[in-house]
Design a protein around this ligand. Structure first.
Ligand SMILES: O=P(O)(O)OC[C@H]1O[C@H](O[C@H]2O[C@H](CO)[C@@H](O)[C@H](O)[C@H]2O)[C@H](O)[C@@H](O)[C@@H]1O
Ligand SMILES: O=c1ccn([C@@H]2O[C@H](COP(=O)(O)OP(=O)(O)O)[C@@H](O)[C@H]2O)c(=O)[nH]1
Length: 961
């Protein structure tokens, strides 16, 4: 048995790779240089090399930074963030950009890569102090904290300053103030902010992505406002795109962030296809079952897919996203990402981190030490438990407080020995849900403090405010147990920050299993289900009583993770992978055949005398395939139908006496009869095993001793899988069986296909003389050697003889959506065979039956001329049960060069009169590509027109074919 897969291997040409050679960076070769030349060939080799380079550069930079920065570090101010305070302002940059002949150029003084970070929120919020005066404050939130730690790039941040600035004077002053911080504002008016930010982002996407569902109340009003909010969302995204466009310099990396900007990648790519665009989601991406409830589900997915690289915090989120694209959009999910028409959007997990050094060093600062002293005194004799969250329903604050209440209830001895400090930073205060949450939390805290408080102490200290960096670090450092009970959380950086500040205390982290951080800190933390109040309460007890050595071990594990997986690493890895995705895409593009030059093909057609058109059927002459096929009558769609708009051009071409048309398909005879019975052409069914001129009877080209003993066993297996895979079906043909799962659940279908293949490869029929051919959503089993390329010489022989051709064929157009296995038809007509003939597919023990198929094996090693001179007698004919097969006629049709004038060959393709075209399959050995059967319509219509024109010019008469 032999197996072929639909994917062909990409061979990489390294010439255009960025220069990372050892010579240029001064690094010596190492174990990752997996090939002799030292030039990375695969994606992984390139990424490993890139990583090493980064480490190498970092070690150089660290040396320098330590020498120059040691004394001046001031973590609680803008100065802490290196990219915030570059001497050069944005104004200087834009002046540079526009100076010479209006051309934009990259700033020559910087060697670092330019990174445009585009996020809804700027890292600073602006507070107006006067008509043209602004005060800037650092915004609170994980995204800001993480990105401020990124130092490797020449970064600009584009976003909303969190304030409405309707007047021009105010806008100009703010642009200037922000430019000093390398920030560029996007001005959103109040109405847009209301509809886009409060509405679509925070009332629809945010709860949905955190598994809280779509808004339930007043369905009609929701539906109405849904549309206007989505419109505002798109409009806001376009406004972001405008600002990016204004500041973009060729070569910049544009990194879009979060659910606010899912529409942005599409807007950017529409404006500039070459822009390097990445998109990263900071929240969870929910299961496709949740995402599919969103009315704009497809549009958002498609927009995100316009990016080159799409990143998530965890593998689970990435998996959900790919699954949504396969299930909702019907696209192909691969381990690399999502494929659409040969274009790959890479999807991967990039867990964020923090700038751990910043926290560790802050603990040494006198003001932090003072804070710590104060806190220790204030809570002397009590264990400190800490919660730090934005006051958001995803953070599970009520659940946390209720669990603490339960703990106190069950452990009276702890009541005066423990205190819970809850910092609840107000957020999205204009959204009613958030307002409700605030009152709810206040009420619970009040009740518990009333219940367990004394005249001198309360068990819960709840603060509705944010703390400055120093106060926060001090608080982290004095804490015994940190309590993170998010119901869902993209990552949760508070848990990382706590660990970074615990080098001496080695406190315990209780962490929700629904926070992304549980993936990385799960081994050191106590994981809890925040909905299970009893479990959280007992975990509090466990944490407070944990022996020192266990605390140490757990802490060590987490500390190593937090200090190695930093925000710098995160950003550098993402950008490096984004750059590599572009390289990979270029390599892929080079494999894609160029579009068919239709004018040339038509011109050559008009100038030739004896033309052969070989046309595939499925997805070539039928409507483009709808992968999902969910709507409409599926049964009808299972039977392929000739496109109505092809009927006329095809009929006219068939009437051209100088043209011979063969429809060569995997379909069986009845399908071809139904669709083409009325045309004057040749039909080759079942990959060429049956042949018929529409005026005559079916003949078979099946080799006499073709081994078909396997059919019953395979049928049995296919029946089994069809029964167990809803919406799959199988077709039994004379020489092949096909199991098709196009309409089945994508993921289940794929799993079943894997099982089926496994069985075919290793089960009882693995030694049978058959070929297993994988389609994108089908598995076909054929007799060994049954391919379109193998059949074409026999078909050609019969046609030449039957038509009594006197002149050689001087034009061949061969177009089809053929499986890789059948692409041997394209190579058949090539004047010279490619130097690297694709390696033979895996071959099993039983030798193939060598009849007519062996002719191809022989002929493949010969030149086209020789191949065509080497026609052998046709095989013995079998009589089909359901069809009349005219054996006599076929047996006599032995064609060789003697059919033509002495010495001439059947084919004479002068110059480039051979056009092989793959329809919609970008990985192909064909010379050219047609995007879809729409292009086939265009091509055949133009061929028809050219023939009609030539008849009108030279007055030729139409004869039968
Ligand atoms: O800007 P806001 O609307 O006030 O919200 C603050 C931020 O909240 C979200 O943060 C998320 O990003 C963190 C870092 O990746 C992650 O640890 C956390 O789990 C997420 O919730 C939001 O995604 C940001 O866009 C907001 O700025
Ligand atoms: O008073 C506060 C409370 C929190 N944070 C910061 O807010 C971020 C919260 O990030 P996280 O990932 O935990 O959740 P998010 O708020 O982004 O959902 C952390 O970096 C905290 O240091 C802060 O600066 N001041």
């Amino acid at each position: 048995m032999s197996i072929s897969s639909p994917d062909t291997c990409i061979s990489h040409n390294n010439n255009n790779l960025p220069n990372l050679s050892n010579k240029s960076n001064g690094m010596r070769g190492n174990k990752y240089n997996c090939n002799n030349s030292g030039t990375p060939r695969t994606r992984l080799e390139r990424l490993l090399r890139e990583r090493e380079l980064r480490k190498f550069n970092k070690s150089l930079n660290d040396g320098e930074t330590e020498l120059s920065n040691n004394d001046s570090f001031s973590p609680d101010s803008f100065e802490a963030f290196s990219w915030f305070n570059d001497e050069e302002s944005l104004e200087t940059i834009s002046a540079n950009r526009c100076s010479t002949d209006g051309c934009e150029r990259q700033d020559s003084r910087t060697s670092r890569e330019r990174l445009l970070v585009v996020a809804n929120r700027l890292p600073v919020s602006a507070v107006r102090r006067g008509v043209d005066s602004w005060h800037l404050e650092i915004s609170v939130g994980g995204l800001v904290s993480a990105l401020l730690g990124v130092k490797e790039f020449e970064t600009r941040w584009i976003g909303w300053a969190g304030v409405n600035v309707p007047d021009e004077i105010g806008q100009r002053a703010l642009i200037k103030a922000l430019a000093e911080k390398r920030c560029i504002p996007v001005f959103l008016d109040e109405e847009i902010v209301h509809q886009y930010y409060n509405g679509y982002c925070n009332n629809i996407l945010w709860p949905l992505f955190h598994y809280l569902g779509l808004p339930q109340e007043d369905r009609l009003a929701t539906t109405r406002s849904f549309q206007s909010q989505f419109d505002a969302y798109k409009k806001a995204n376009q406004m972001f795109a405008e600002v990016v466009k204004e500041h973009y310099v060729e070569g910049d990396v544009v990194w879009c962030h979060d659910y606010h900007l899912m529409f942005l990648p599409k807007c950017l790519k529409e404006r500039n296809r070459k822009m390097k665009v990445g998109w990263f989601l900071h929240t969870p991406f929910p299961s496709s079952e949740i995402h599919r409830t969103l009315p704009s589900r497809s549009e958002l997915l498609r927009s995100v897919l316009a990016a080159d690289l799409v990143g998530f915090h965890t593998y689970d989120y990435a998996r959900h996203f790919v699954s949504a694209c396969t299930r909702i959009l019907g696209l192909e999910g691969t381990p690399e990402g999502v494929e659409d028409q040969g274009r790959l959007t890479r999807v991967a997990a990039f867990p964020i981190g923090i700038d751990s050094d910043r926290f560790i060093r802050a603990l040494e600062l006198p003001q932090v030490q003072d804070h710590m002293k104060e806190l220790k005194e204030r809570f002397a004799g009590r264990k400190v438990m800490l919660g730090v969250d934005r006051l958001d329903m995803i953070k599970g604050i009520p659940q946390k407080i209720l669990a603490f209440e339960k703990f106190l209830e069950e452990n009276p001895n702890w009541r005066d020995k423990v205190v819970l400090l809850q910092i609840a930073v107000p957020t999205r205060t204009d959204v009613p849900e958030y307002q409700k949450l605030t009152s709810q939390v206040h009420e619970i805290v009040g009740r518990i403090n009333g219940r367990f408080g004394t005249l001198t102490a309360v068990p819960i200290h709840h603060l509705d405010r944010s703390l400055d960096f120093h106060a926060l670090c001090a608080l982290y450092a004095v804490t015994d147990v940190a309590l993170v009970t998010s119901l869902r959380d993209g990552m949760n950086l508070v848990s990382y920050e706590f660990v970074a500040c615990q080098a001496s205390k080695k406190g315990v982290l209780i962490l929700s299993e629904f926070a992304g951080a549980a993936q990385s800190l799960g081994a050191g933390a106590i994981l809890v289900n925040p909905w299970n109040v009893t479990e959280v309460a007992s975990s509090i007890g466990y944490a407070l009583n944990m022996p020192a050595d266990e605390r140490e071990k757990r802490h060590h594990h987490n500390f190593v993770h937090v200090t190695t997986h930093t925000s710098q690493e995160w950003a550098a890895t993402f950008v490096s992978e984004l750059n590599d995705t572009i390289v990979e895409a270029q390599l892929r593009t080079r494999q894609i055949p160029p579009p068919l030059p239709i004018e040339v093909a038509v011109d050559r057609y008009a100038k030739s005398n004896n033309r052969l058109l070989i046309l595939g059927f499925n997805a070539t002459l039928t409507e483009p395939v709808d992968t999902l096929g969910r709507k409409g009558s599926q049964i009808k769609e299972m039977e392929p139908k000739l496109r109505p708009d092809l009927q006329e051009p095809l009929r006219k071409l068939c009437d051209d006496p100088k043209t011979t048309i063969v429809v060569l398909s995997g379909s069986d005879r009845s399908v071809l009869d139904d669709n083409f019975g009325d045309y004057s052409m040749w039909l080759a069914a079942e990959n060429g095993m049956f042949l018929r001129a529409t005026k005559g009877d079916w003949m078979t080209t099946m080799p006499e001793n073709l081994n078909m003993e396997w059919v019953d066993s395979v049928k049995h297996v296919f029946e089994y899988f069809t029964e167990r895979t809803p919406r799959s079906h199988f077709e039994l043909r004379e020489t092949s069986l096909i199991w098709n799962y196009k309409y089945a659940d994508v993921e289940f279908g794929r799993l079943q296909a894997r099982d089926l293949l496994q069985h075919l490869w290793t089960g009882p029929i693995s030694n049978a003389s058959l070929d297993v051919v994988q389609g994108s959503r089908s598995i076909e089993v054929r007799s060994v050697g049954v391919t379109k390329g193998a059949a074409i010489d026999r078909i050609l022989g019969e046609i030449v003889h039957n038509k009594g051709m006197k002149e050689p064929i001087d034009y061949v157009l061969c177009i089809g959506h053929f499986l890789a296995k059948d692409e041997d038809i394209y190579t058949f007509f090539e004047p010279e065979l490619p130097s690297e003939v694709p390696a033979p597919v895996r071959s099993h023990v039983t030798p193939p039956v060598r009849t007519s198929v062996s002719k191809l094996s022989t002929s493949r090693s010969l030149s086209r001329e020789d191949r065509l001179k080497k026609h052998r007698p046709m095989p013995t004919i079998e009589r089909s049960k359901s069809y009349h097969v005219n054996t006599d006629v076929f047996q006599s049709r032995v064609v060789d060069r003697m059919s033509l004038q002495e010495g001439s060959s059947v084919l004479d393709l002068q110059g480039d009169n051979y056009f092989s075209c793959s329809v919609a399959r970008k990985r192909s050995n064909a010379r050219y590509l047609l995007r879809s059967s729409d292009d086939v319509v265009k091509l055949l219509t133009e061929l028809t027109n050219s023939w009609i024109d030539s008849m009108n010019t030279d007055g030729s008469t139409m004869e039968g074919n």
